[in-house]
Design a protein around this ligand. Structure first.
Ligand SMILES: [Zn+2]
Length: 361
């Protein structure tokens, strides 16, 4: 069986669901403050609520910490287990008995590092949202004088924009700007994907299986192309080698293109990589498994439609008046219809959990 950084996507979804819930909780609290107050005193009331909101936001972030630490540890260990299971299947197919299991200590330490990284990111959220809060209160002051929009409509516009883009302004170590959920999603996806590959290769290594194969990928990822379909070694040996066939007939000549660790440090299995790794079964492995680009694109489109459904549900949750709530509900139904049609047309499975908001807590 194979492992890939792409396998981290399902695990990352569990963590980003928690983050999305927290994001929604903080935005709902802003909307609740903005809905209060009469027209004449709206701005003063809303700004007076800011301090109260900041305290609630800090409590919300602190309250999410324990749950996040737990889920991050769970997904990292589960990903590693998937790798171990994949390796066991490879060994079984090759007729090699499994070695002694390696301890998972390194994965636990990586989980702790990942959790610290996620928490450090989350702690910036109240500060970033404070400026959104202030913008929502002061937005449209000029247009409102002209009578074109109400203060509440102008504030709604600021909140809606935030729901489309997500909370932005998070910087990674290379200075790149991220939205909160995409950043956490990427970090967890990458870490769990690597935990799966590590569990896989460590288990193969412990049993004495040295050679692995890199698959073709349904998605273009030019950096990995030099390794597509290639055999790599865990030990570092390179060149032509004769290995006994798993079918027991004769030795098989194998060309080892390089070592896995060098390929990884040169970019193989980068974040979002969809290439897969399998133990080489001499005489059995087909180095180029058939890719399914159409199926892959259909699933990506489903994820995209699910995101739209969630976005409009969130917009309903932070609607400042009944009209905005009704419009958001209508849009939600529209995207749900598009999703239903897409799922039916492509024979996909609809996953209700991914269309819901506020389910992770
Ligand atoms: Zn790749």
């Amino acid at each position: 069986m194979s492992t890939s950084p792409d396998d981290g996507a399902a695990y990352a979804g569990r963590v980003s669901a928690l983050i999305e819930d927290l994001e929604l909780q903080l935005l709902r609290a802003i909307a609740a403050e903005l809905r209060a107050g009469s027209d004449a005193t709206w701005e003063q009331t809303a700004l007076a609520g800011l301090q109260r909101w900041r305290q609630a936001a800090a409590r919300g972030v602190a309250g999410a910490e324990q749950g996040l630490l737990q889920v991050i540890l769970e997904v990292m260990l589960a990903a590693r287990d998937d790798g171990v299971t994949s390796a066991a299947a490879d060994l079984n197919e090759a007729g090699i008995s499994r070695g002694r299991p390696r301890p998972a200590g390194a994965t636990v330490r990586q989980a702790e590092q990942l959790a610290a990284q996620v928490m450090a990111t989350l702690q910036q959220t109240p500060r970033l949202l404070t400026s959104v809060y202030q913008q929502a209160v002061t937005a449209g002051a000029g247009e409102v004088l002209g009578g074109k929009v109400t203060r509440l409509q102008a504030a709604q516009h600021v909140l809606d924009r935030l729901l489309v883009r997500g909370i932005t302004g998070f910087r990674d170590s290379s200075g790149r700007n991220w939205a909160l959920t995409s950043y956490v999603e990427m970090a967890v996806r990458t870490a769990t994907g690597h935990a799966a590959i590590d569990g896989h290769t460590q288990t193969l290594e412990a049993a004495g299986m040295d050679l692995v194969v890199v698959s073709d990928s349904p998605r273009e990822c030019p950096g990995c192309r030099p390794w597509e379909g290639k055999v790599l070694s865990l030990s570092g040996r390179v060149g032509t080698t004769l290995v006994p066939s798993a079918t027991g007939l004769q030795a098989v000549r194998v060309e080892v293109a390089g070592s896995l660790s060098r390929a990884r440090s040169a970019g193989l299995f980068h974040p979002n990589c969809t290439h897969r790794l399998t133990g080489l079964i001499p005489g059995v492995s087909r180095p180029r498994p058939v890719a399914d680009p159409a199926g892959y694109a259909a699933k990506q489109r489903q994820r995209d439609l699910e995101r739209h459904v969630r976005e409009w549900k969130r917009r309903e949750a932070v609607a400042l008046d009944d009209g905005a709530a009704a419009r958001a509900r209508a849009k939600t139904r529209e995207w749900q219809r598009a999703l239903r049609e897409h799922v039916d047309a492509n024979g996909l499975k609809r996953l209700r959990r991914r269309e819901q908001i506020g389910v992770a807590t």
